[in-house]
Design a protein around this ligand. Structure first.
Ligand code: 13P
Length: 249
């Protein structure tokens, strides 16, 4: 049985530290039961949120991490800085790939740095609408797995440290989620490519992300091969996030 995981990626929200602490406190009351529940607040709120939710089982993740451990990298956060605060970090989110020019090689280095400092990793990948329309989805997903996950140290990148989030770019923030069948199909390709790398592909948690809501979560929870959700907008609403967690329980 693979570990199920539902994580709220707050992105650049909410706008105040007080609101972040309030949101985290409410989410910390959600009972995930056997599944892992996580939140990824903005860097500036990580320490306060961690403190505010105290002994809660909710996992706190950073949204990104730099590949170097220190130095002249203005605006960036290094893995050792968050290692004492967060359980892990998201890497490879399409918004970071888009806005900061991350490519597969850079995402691989970020994931490697996080793992080397004892952090868990949620590794995001997914195709754009143009790539899907051009029939390139399979090639894009396989390349992202090969070039982003392939270089990782097999001893460190294990099913308990590395989860993968399939996030088709066209479904993020659009209200147009993939269908369960599309998610299942993409996840199978991702696992197949993981297997080609020699990894125990069947053991890795693979989540779906992109316009997941309280209303459609059950479809993804029932979708073959989908082990969880990476939730953006709906994770800012505690009741709705609780409904998504409940669907995967
Ligand atoms: P939305 O749930 O807002 O579509 O965002 C998904 C996402 O990008 C999570 O990382």
């Amino acid at each position: 049985m693979r570990q199920r995981l539902v994580v709220g990626n707050w992105k650049m929200n909410p706008s105040t530290l007080e609101a972040a602490v309030d949101l985290a406190t409410r989410i910390a009351r959600i009972d995930g039961g056997p599944i892992d529940v996580g939140i990824a607040p903005p860097h500036v709120a990580l320490a306060r949120v961690r403190e505010a939710i105290g002994g809660s089982a909710v996992l706190v993740y950073a949204q990104d991490v730099h590949w170097e451990t220190e130095g002249a990298f203005t605006g960036q956060i290094a893995a050792p800085m968050i290692a004492g605060i967060a359980a892990g970090s998201i890497v490879g989110h399409s918004e970071v790939r888009r806005d900061q020019g991350d490519d597969d090689a850079r995402v691989a280095r970020k994931a490697a740095a996080a793992l080397a400092h004892g952090l868990r990793v949620i590794f995001c990948l997914g195709e754009s609408l143009a790539q899907r329309r051009a029939g390139e989805t399979d090639a894009v997903l396989r390349r992202q797995v090969r070039d982003g996950i392939g270089p990782l140290d097999r001893e460190r990148a294990t099913p308990s440290t590395l989860a993968i989030a399939y996030e088709p770019i066209w479904a993020i923030g659009t209200g147009e989620a993939a269908t369960a069948a599309q998610a299942t199909d993409a996840v199978a390709r991702i696992r197949d490519e993981l297997g080609r790398l020699g990894a125990a592909a069947g053991a890795f948690t693979v989540m779906y992300g992109g316009s997941v809501t309280g209303a459609n979560a059950a479809e993804f929870a029932a979708a073959e091969g989908v082990d969880g959700a990476l939730v953006g907008g709906a994770s800012l609403k505690p009741e709705e996030f609780a409904a998504i967690v409940a669907a995967f329980r």
